[in-house]
Write a protein that binds this ligand. Structure first.
Ligand code: AMP
Length: 397
């Protein structure tokens, strides 16, 4: 059995891992860490919750601890780009916990908050910059981040960053890096665009994959409830009556739907918080804190937040609507069953959701089991009506 001791990681990193209770590497860590320690580029297909943050952070921390470099002002040794502010914050927290016994400095660069403290943090140079792409590009263009000392470039959740329109931005950053550098690209899915990006920015990468592309985490028990749109709220409230579920995330497609669900639950005395892009960073952090501490039972979120929430022990994910982009389903339900735990994901499905349900089932390669035995059930034809086959052959006499 592989454990962290079998990797060439300094004692201070090993000690930090013991302190935070990481004993045995997850499969993605087992496959990625040795290759990254050797300095290889890496293409990782891994879903959220697989432990990929440690997979890409530990090797760079090791490199920076064992080989200190004098940084020039506004320079850094590693750039980690991730799509959401929550994810950036969590990656930085993980880096702090892995490196607390070594001399490695990291900082967060993200939108939605004042850039002044970020600019100050960059002044003296910092080993690791963890950033959302928009603010990073902004500060880079203003000359506050300089790339000539960068040794490692990491793209986390690259598929989502491309969805958000950062293809050109990523290519631009990559083109400004010094010739000799290591690039790591992690993506939950492998659409054509990611393949093209990988071909452009990776140099003979090691490919690691922990689950089949876009396959749903097997440990998640998934089911679908068919209902009329006007009955969704009643159905939702009836599902929340199951008091064995104490940490629940509800996903909605749009911000306005989040507000409506939050109002509904608050009126029904369910302790609830919300997270979407119209809220300030402070409000989003507070909602996550309250949810993590157990002060609120339910968090209602849009898809944009679905990649950035790393809260263990989420025991139920409810899809209030099916996402239009089927890959988001995988990310949403991936909020439960983190790091190999079990979880439950329920989807409420009205007529409008049917085409999206079909797409999801196609993507995950199986039908999600239906719950028929509930008071708000409505029958829908599950699959598209099949075109009648024309008989072309000769009629038998
Ligand atoms: P990630 O996919 O990096 O967001 O990690 C998901 C969760 O798994 C986080 O809560 C980590 O703290 C946890 N985790 C990562 N690696 C390990 C490990 N080797 N042992 C136990 N938990 C881990």
């Amino acid at each position: 059995m592989v454990d962290f001791n079998s990797f060439k990681l300094s004692k201070c990193i090993q000690d930090a891992l013991v302190d935070i209770g990481h004993v045995k590497p997850t499969p993605i860590q087992e496959k990625s860490i040795p290759a990254l320690l050797e300095g290889r580029d890496l293409l990782g297909i891994a879903q959220t919750g697989t432990g990929k943050t440690a997979a890409f952070s530990l090797p760079m921390i090791e490199k920076f601890i064992s080989n200190e470099v004098k940084l020039m002002p506004n320079h850094c040794r590693a750039i980690i780009l991730a799509p959401t502010r929550e994810l950036v914050t969590q990656i930085n927290e993980s880096i702090l916990s892995f490196s607390k016994k070594g001399n490695v400095r990291s900082t967060v660069i993200m939108g939605g908050v004042s850039s002044a403290p970020q600019v100050i943090a960059l002044n003296e140079g910092v080993d690791i910059v963890v950033a959302t792409p928009g603010r990073f590009i902004d500060l880079m263009e203003q000359g506050f981040i300089k790339l000539s000392q960068v040794e490692t470039f990491v793209l986390d959740e690259a598929d989502m960053m491309l969805d958000m329109g950062f293809y050109e931005g990523v290519i631009d950053i990559a083109s400004k890096l010094p010739n000799l550098h290591q690039t790591v690209l992690f993506s939950a899915t492998m659409p054509k665009e990611i393949e093209t990006l990988a071909n452009q920015i990776l140099n003979k990468p090691v490919k690691v994959e922990v689950a089949a592309q876009s396959s749903t985490v097997d440990k998640i028990e998934q089911s679908v409830y068919f209902t009329l749109a006007e009955n969704k709220n009643y159905l939702l409230l009836s599902l929340l009556e199951d008091k064995t579920k104490s940490r629940i995330i509800i996903f909605c497609k749009a911000k306005y739907a989040v507000s409506e669900v939050v109002e509904l639950l608050a009126r029904s005395d369910v302790s609830v918080g919300e997270i979407h892009s119209n809220l300030t960073q402070g409000q989003r952090n507070k909602a996550i804190e309250d949810f993590t501490s157990g002060a609120i039972r339910v968090l209602v979120a849009t898809d944009i937040a679905s990649r950035g929430i790393d809260i263990n022990d989420v025991d139920l994910v409810i899809n209030y609507n099916m996402p239009e982009d089927a890959t988001y389903y995988v990310h949403r339900i991936g909020r439960t069953a983190r790091a190999g735990r079990e979880g439950v994901a329920l989807s409420l499905c009205s007529e409008k959701d049917l085409p999206f349900l079909r797409n999801v089932q196609k993507l995950i390669g199986k039908n999600i089991s239906q719950v028929l035995d509930h008071p708000f059930h409505h029958d829908y034809p599950l699959s598209k009506p099949k075109a009648k086959k024309r008989y072309k052959g000769r009629r038998r006499r």
